[in-house]
Design a protein around this ligand. Structure first.
Ligand code: HMG
Ligand code: MG
Length: 309
């Protein structure tokens, strides 16, 4: 299959990236991260989540972060909402898009949102209706689509089933998520092809964590399967509180380096993304895990260091 000429990249660093940070990250820093990402050309930004602060304390400042979010024309600011309580709180903060998040495995669903897969769909139903009634874009995530930290293998049929139920709720986009980063590039087309029999490919996106170092290969395999929407996290930040050992999403800088190298348009400024990835990593007190980000930053340091002799 021909590669797409343009790819939509949703930046999830401020949400998926920061939700797993052990130390509280000040709202100031979260807002500045969003400002820098928007200045780098990000047009789809997953800013925070309206979940229980008892479950994910790092996201307890969602309303404050959203109140200070810069708004630009043509930019979609999205927030995660697990239920109506989250939706109502989110609505007051004027998101452009809300994201409901379910799973293809029962155990993960229980651990993450404390209900079965079937119950989660019933909880999402009024959220989906309310989102549509308020003219918001509605996105969904299907966690553990390639494997579950508790159950192991997840049948493709279970992924297709939950994706079809989310489609029936009216989702504009459904993210197929490799929560624990176990997928390999042969598995990726198999899952996307099966799901695409129920949900048009143009409404699907890829959400790959990089735990096993396969994420960029899986992005490539998805592109070859016709997928042109991806989530990524600046500097590869992140992990899921309910997936022990899982590391961050594929790094935005790595995805953009790949896409631009393939001649695919993203609208993103790689140089500014690299600066942002280096900056947030320094703020969090550790090196970035983006390979392209670190290589480009090192090259820039060499180019800008004055010769000494
Ligand atoms: P629960 O305990 O079953 O909820 O949690 P409940 O309805 O029984 O309510 C219990 C308490 O929580 C009550 O407060 C509610 O008011 C409160 P209390 O009376 O005890 O003081 N509550 C809330 N507070 C704030 N916001 C809300 C909310 N809802 C209830 N929205 C619940 C169910 C879903 C709330 C909980 O399990 C939860 O918040 N889970 C967090 C899940 C989460 O954030 N997971 C990580 C994000 S998903 C992800 O990372 C995966 C993804 O990246 C894709 C991938 O990689 O796989 C998207
Ligand atoms: Mg994730």
């Amino acid at each position: 299959m021909e590669l797409p000429s343009k790819v939509h990249v949703t930046e999830v660093g401020p949400r998926d990236g920061l939700q797993n940070e052990k130390q509280p990250v000040p709202a100031d820093l979260k807002v500045e991260l969003c400002e820098r990402l928007l200045a780098a050309g990000v047009r789809q930004l997953e800013a925070t989540s309206f979940v229980s602060p008892k479950w994910v304390p790092q996201m307890a400042d969602a309303a404050e972060v959203m109140a200070r979010m810069p708004r630009r024309a043509g930019t979609t600011i999205s927030v995660l909402v697990p239920n109506m309580k989250g939706f109502e709180a989110a609505l007051a903060s004027r998101p452009d898009e809300v994201v409901i998040f379910g799973a293809a495995s029962e155990t993960f669903s229980m651990r993450s949102i404390n209900c079965s897969v079937a119950e989660s769909i019933e909880r999402f139903r009024p959220v989906a209706q309310a989102a549509k009634a308020h003219g918001l874009r509605l996105r969904a995530a299907v966690s553990t689509a390639f494997g579950c930290p508790y159950q192991g293998e997840v049948p493709v049929a279970a992924v297709v089933d939950v994706a079809a139920r989310l489609r029936d709720l009216g989702c504009d986009e459904i993210g197929i998520a490799d929560t624990i980063g176990v997928a390999t590039p042969n598995r990726v087309p198999a899952v996307f092809e099966a799901v695409a029999r129920e949900v048009p490919l143009e409404r699907l996106s890829g959400h790959f964590h990089d735990t096993y170092g396969q994420a960029i290969a899986n992005v490539m395999a998805s592109l070859q399967s016709g997928v042109f929407r991806f989530d990524s996290s600046i500097a590869g930040l992140g992990g899921c509180p309910y997936a022990p050992g899982a590391t961050g999403n594929v790094a935005t800088e790595d995805v953009v380096y790949l896409l631009h190298g393939l001649g695919i348009e993203t609208g993103l400024d790689l140089g500014r993304l690299v600066e942002t990835g280096q900056w947030i990593s320094a703020q969090l007190g550790r090196p970035s895990v983006s390979r392209a980000g670190n290589a480009l930053a090192a090259r820039r340091r060499i180019e800008t260091t004055p010769e000494t002799n």
